[in-house]
Write a protein that binds this ligand. Structure first.
Ligand code: PEP
Ligand code: MG
Length: 763
């Protein structure tokens, strides 16, 4: 602007001009006219301020193309008639790369795309900034002049600030919102596709786990005051991070600590602080400055393909969120502070199991998480609570507002934001259908699980928290086939001591009301991190120091747990299940330790369990080749198919790119399972399977065909699996399937499905 001898407001330098401009912009936004007229007024205002011959706004459409929505200077007839394909021309490039483009001679640029209908051939200099919101590009704002010139930093500043204001109004739908066809508006519907984490279907209203701070005050007359506010907020941010790092509980935590150290590093990053201070000096409020720099960070994130740098930028993004919350005076813990609607759907960028448990669970119907990092734990808790949950729902947080209607379809992984009447109607029907099916399953609850040909099958539930226990009676299952004790440890802020553990296990046994419970000893390490347990950083945590490996190296942990379990079950059968066993030597060591604890109990004259049965999980393929030495050492066995298949196929179960690439119904896995069934038969050992495949009717059918007679699954699966069993001739299936598994190639899913259909099995 200086280049043109002062700005048209007559005020120099740029800061006051920006403030006046902002006031005018606010007036336009508050104007009662419609969205289109507001856009027209905005381009007129910018062109005037910047002495630009052209100012235009392009907005992104659902197909990713850009549409000219308003212009001052180009042919008015081009509005809503000029479209740029994704990445096309300089405007498309600005949107695609989320970068500012400042070209003195746009027409000679190789990316220039000439549109005769606009009449732009006479304009040479070209400045375009992306309209960014939460890492998404919503459109592009441009100015053009006839002369060849490079625009000054101040010009870029004005345009970027306007783009920021525009973005907020665009998503709220106050400009070019409803019916515009624009892709981003928070007043139009949206479908986000993610990964199902916990089965179910939920219709309800959005509660943001950490509500976005909407910056409304953008400019200030008092940069010193804003700088003071920013400084104070940064200090608070730094000390909150230091506090977390100094907490005794956390002192040893591996990954948590690393994340916090990264935070601390960024909080002290002079470049980051300087950029925010620069924005304040140009007339912005502290919040607006944080958001401006955050927008830049997100734009860089968008362009970054290296996972390491993306993660670092994400940390910086989260830090900006925290800083904004401090500036807005928001409390740190939101869960306690909000009044939840009765049909709450929680929407979060990231969430741990403890965060979820902070909420009033009776009001939560669904959960949507953007990030699936660590979501497997929150997924397990969501399953236990019967909450429909979808993970990896990219961009959902930015697209919703508090209280928006939303549907979570955890069958398909779809999340419908602000659904239309028809979608609500369709989902209402689907929900009623599910409810009917649930009623049908409930009616089966007290029916014995006996197949059509008279074979009794044992159905058990998987559990992990006290709150799962009512599911035992509600599902009609025979017992708890897998109690994942680590969950109690994962949701606890400190290591539970022996007395606390004894009390927990006693409560669980009481709640089981005489039905058997298989307690799996701590399966921690790997992706199941305990915040208070020192763990070295590992290149391949799934292949690392976890479960029984960690327990044998750190015997104090296992000893305390076994002691607590022995004391919690006087006069009862105690079933102990060892996770992740790889060699028979590990069984011997664990058994010796358990026997020492039993001996100690006897010497102290304390009440002991009636029997202590020791079992092991079959989760590591090495055991398949040692089953005849392994099985006689144990009282019972349980196949952990989640891990067994991940190791068999070398496919990380938490990595969505590979997790579902290999089919549990392929002959490779069915042969492994058949080998285990035959060995258990040879050695007369009770055998169960407690991985996710047991809960899917077709897979469960295959397991019965292979010879399994006991399986354990999430409580919600008991009904569908029982219904399948009641309609199945197990003997007939077995004689067909075992032969197939021995001789066929590839995948048997399709053939199993056909067999079920031909034989009238309810899958
Ligand atoms: C399994 O691996 O199949 C299993 C049941 O254990 P988890 O899912 O807890 O690893
Ligand atoms: Mg496992």
């Amino acid at each position: 602007m200086k280049e043109r001898g002062g700005n048209p407001t007559g005020m120099s330098p740029a800061e006051p001009a920006l403030r006046i401009f902002m006031r005018r912009l606010r007036e336009i936004m508050a104007d009662p006219s419609d969205g289109q007229s507001r856009l027209d007024k905005i381009v007129h205002l910018i062109a005037g301020l910047m002495v630009a011959e052209v100012c235009s706004i392009y907005l992104k459409r659902q197909d990713g193309s850009l549409e000219l929505f308003a212009t001052e200077g180009l042919n008015p007839g081009a509005v809503h008639n000029t479209f740029m394909k994704r990445g096309e021309g300089l405007v498309g490039r600005c949107a695609e790369l989320a970068v500012t483009i400042n070209e003195p001679d746009a027409q000679s640029h190789p990316a220039f795309s000439y549109r005769p209908e606009t009449g732009e051939e006479v304009y040479h200099s070209f400045l375009a900034v992306p309209i960014l919101r939460g890492g998404d590009v919503l459109g592009v704002l441009t100015v053009q002049n006839k002369t060849h010139k490079e625009y000054l930093d101040e010009d870029v500043e004005v345009l970027q600030t306007t783009a920021m204001v525009l973005a907020e109004h665009l998503v709220s739908g106050s400009v070019a919102g409803v019916n515009s066809g624009a892709e981003f508006s928070r007043s139009v519907g949206h479908v986000v596709r993610g990964q199902p984490l916990s089965d179910g279907l939920a219709l309800g209203h959005v509660v943001l786990h950490e509500p976005r701070v909407v910056v409304t005050e953008l400019t200030s007359n008092d940069p010193e005051e804003e700088q003071r506010r920013l400084e104070a907020a940064v200090e608070e941010l730094k000390s909150s991070i230091d506090e977390m790092l100094e907490q005794g509980d956390l002192a040893s935590a591996g990954e948590h600590r690393e994340v916090l150290e990264t935070y601390r590093m960024f909080a002290h990053d002079r470049g980051w602080l300087k950029r925010m201070n620069d924005a304040i000096r140009k007339g912005m409020t502290a919040q607006a400055a944080v958001e401006r720099v955050q927008n830049d960070t997100r734009a860089r994130m968008l362009r970054q393909s290296d996972a390491f740098w993306r993660d670092r930028l994400k940390d910086l993004d989260e830090l900006s969120d925290r800083l904004l919350r401090i500036l807005a005076g928001r409390p740190r813990s939101h869960a306690m502070a909000v009044q939840l609607p009765h049909d709450t759907i929680l929407v979060a960028r990231a969430m741990g199991p403890a965060d979820l448990l902070d909420y009033d669970r009776s009001k939560i119907r669904g959960l949507v998480i953007e990030d699936s990092g660590g979501s497997s734990h929150v997924a397990i808790v969501a399953k236990a609570l019967g909450i429909a949950a979808v993970g990896e729902a990219r961009g959902v947080v930015e697209r919703v507002d508090q209280g928006n209607p939303i549907i979570v379809d955890a069958d398909s992984g779809e999340v419908h934001i602000r659904p239309t009447g028809e979608v609500i109607q369709a989902y209402g029907d689907k929900a009623r259908f599910r409810a009917r099916r649930q009623r049908k399953y409930r009616a089966l609850r007290d029916k014995p699980t006996v197949s059509k040909d008279g074979q009794g099958i044992g159905l058990h539930i998987n559990a992990g928290l006290l709150m799962d226990m009512p599911n035992l009676a509600a599902s009609g299952a025979e017992g708890v086939g897998l109690f994942r004790t680590e969950l109690q440890f994962m949701v606890s802020a400190t290591m539970p001591r022996m007395e606390r553990q004894t009390q927990m296990y006693r409560e669980i046994v009481t709640e089981a009301k005489g039905k058997p419970v298989v307690f799996r000893t701590l399966d921690v390490g790997g992706d199941k991190a305990l915040p208070y347990l020192r763990q070295p950083e590992e290149e391949n945590p799934a292949l690392g120091w976890r479960a029984i490996r960690l327990a044998l190296d750190r015997p104090g942990l296992l000893r305390t747990q076994v002691r607590a379990l022995l004391r919690a079950t006087p006069g009862e059968d105690l079933r102990l299940l060892l996770p992740m066993v790889t060699t028979v030597g590990e069984v011997d060591m664990a058994r010796a330790m358990i026997e020492r604890e039993q001996e100690l109990l006897r010497r102290r004259n304390l009440a002991a369990p009636k029997r202590v049965l020791v079992g092991a999980m079959i989760e590591v393929p090495s055991l398949l080749f040692e089953l005849d030495s392994f099985m006689p050492r144990l009282d019972f066995l349980s196949v952990g198919s989640n891990d067994l298949l991940q190791y068999l196929f070398a496919a990380d179960r938490n990595n969505t790119r590979v997790a579902s690439r290999y089919d549990p119904l392929s002959v490779a896995s069915l042969r492994a399972l058949l080998t285990i069934v035959e060995a258990a038969r040879r050695h007369g050992r009770p055998l169960s399977l407690c991985g996710e495949m047991a809960g899917r009717p077709l897979e469960a059918m295959a397991l019965l065909g292979l010879g399994f007679r006991t399986i354990s699954m999430a409580p919600a699966s008991i009904g569908p699996v029982k219904s399948m069993i009641l309609s199945l001739d197990v003997e007939a299936l077995g004689s067909w399937l075992v032969e197939k598994v021995r001789t066929a190639e590839g995948n048997l899913r399709a053939e199993l499905k056909r067999w079920a259909e031909t034989n009238g099995v309810d899958i």
